[in-house]
Ligand binder design. Structure first.
Ligand code: HEM
Length: 396
């Protein structure tokens, strides 16, 4: 049923998990909403608002006072199951926990990790190169972030197969696992490391974060589990999705492959611009106060969905937003690929480093890549949109 405070001209039939045409093009599927009002009401998934214009998306995203992160998603029950720290916290509580997580991911640790990430990328690329073809998603994009996570928590890469299955369920869920099952599998995987790091701290990510007091006291076991779960879920499929989009761009634009090979000094700026151009994360909020915006009222208790794609690709927010311009001025960072405001991604520096490593190592070790003309690229919608199949070919 459509609530009485939702005007009829704001109602759309648009399923965030399956926007029309998403399988072929995630971005084009979402962009159809840019032609309408700035805030629309989707009747799918129990009914919720969608920010549908760049300024509305950005304004609501940064409003941590009237919009809460507690719900996590518009999917009923998901927030209650996951209980992420710091993502689902609000206000002063959120600030205390976020500070601890940010210290653990501080830029000096990201810099120190880079050689390991590069080594891991090189090993994967060297295996792929002689094959002349790959599915970039399964063969690279889903694997490198797993290696990075294992390095962060100081677990040997041989442990990868155990995490791999979980990772695939996160990036390409096949419906065989319920949300509770997925959460339980993640907790079972993580628990031995959490237990060890709480008893005998090392210098890995979990130890660093758990050594930081929260509001003047130590972490409880439950809080530690919720935080580690957040890091696992937050840093795998998001990075895999970004890798897929970067590789898709390169495959479609051989001139950019050549340019970045000739001018590797452009790679950091290219990483920033590609991350702006290919945003795939959308977030959900539950209103804890009424919000008047775009001529309508979001009522307390309503759910609001905010897709970064409708901010970054709105021509009113970025000139020629679909063009990739490595000299685009992105300072200060105004796009919402990594969020905005109180919850802006704590892994943003790490993710950026991973994209830079991908570009640098891939372009310096691989010949020109192209899309496989015989196999289609396939994409999916949802909270993290992504390529689910990205068949690439090259001449070995
Ligand atoms: C390209 C890759 C990534 C993208 C696109 C991305 C995107 C985002 C976005 C949009 C948010 C804001 C959520 C909100 O406003 O509700 C966020 C928060 C977060 N991200 Fe990322 N992320 C990426 C990589 C990572 C990595 C590598 C990690 C950790 C290892 C991570 C951990 C987190 C955490 C813990 C939060 C919650 C921060 C808070 O609530 O204060 N993310 N991310």
């Amino acid at each position: 049923m459509i609530p009485a405070h939702v005007p009829a001209n704001r109602v759309v039939d648009f399923d965030i998990f399956n926007p029309p045409g998403v399988e072929r093009d995630y971005f084009a599927a979402w962009k159809t909403l840019l032609d309408g009002p700035g805030l629309v009401w989707s009747t799918a998934n129990g009914g919720h608002w969608i920010g549908a214009r760049g300024d509305v998306v950005r304004t609501l995203w940064a409003d941590a006072t009237r919009l809460s992160n507690e719900c996590l998603a518009v999917t009923p029950g998901l927030g209650e199951v996951m209980q992420f720290i710091p993502l689902q916290q609000d206000g002063a509580e959120h600030k205390a926990f976020r500070m601890a997580v940010m210290k653990g991911l501080a830029s000096r640790f990201v810099v120190a990790l880079e050689p390991k990430v590069a080594e891991s990328a090189r090993a994967l690329i060297d295996q792929l190169r002689p094959r002349g073809r790959c599915d970039f998603v399964a063969d690279f994009a889903e694997i490198l972030p797993l290696n990075v996570f294992l390095s962060l928590i100081d677990v040997p890469l041989e442990d990868r197969p155990r995490l791999r299955e979980l990772g695939v369920q996160l990036t390409r869920p096949d419906g065989s696992m319920t949300v509770e099952g997925l959460k339980q599998a993640a907790d079972d995987y993580l628990w031995p490391f959490i237990e060890r790091r709480m008893a005998e701290p090392g210098d890995d990510l979990f130890s660093r974060i758990l050594a930081e007091p929260v509001g003047g006291r130590a972490w409880t076991v439950d809080e530690a589990r919720r935080m580690c779960r957040n890091l696992l879920f937050g840093g795998l499929d998001t990075v895999a999705a970004m890798f897929g989009m970067v590789a898709l761009h390169l495959a479609r634009h051989p001139q950019d492959q050549r340019l970045l090979r000739e001018r590797p000094d452009l790679i950091p700026a290219a990483a920033d611009e590609l991350m702006r151009r290919y945003p795939t994360v959308s977030v959900s909020r539950n209103a804890v106060a009424d919000v008047e915006i775009d001529g309508v009222t979001i009522r307390t208790g309503d759910l609001v969905y905010l897709p970064s794609v409708l901010h970054n690709l709105d021509p009113a927010c970025f000139d020629a937003p679909e063009d990739v311009a490595f000299d685009r001025d992105l300072t200060p960072i105004r796009h919402t690929t990594m969020g905005a405001g109180a919850h802006r991604c704590v892994g943003a520096g790490l993710a950026r480093m991973e994209v830079i490593v991908l570009l640098r190592e891939w372009l310096s070790r691989m010949p020109d890549i192209a899309l496989d003309p015989a196999e289609p690229v396939r994409m999916k919608g949802g909270n993290v949109g992504a390529c689910i199949a990205l068949p690439l070919v090259w001449t070995p």
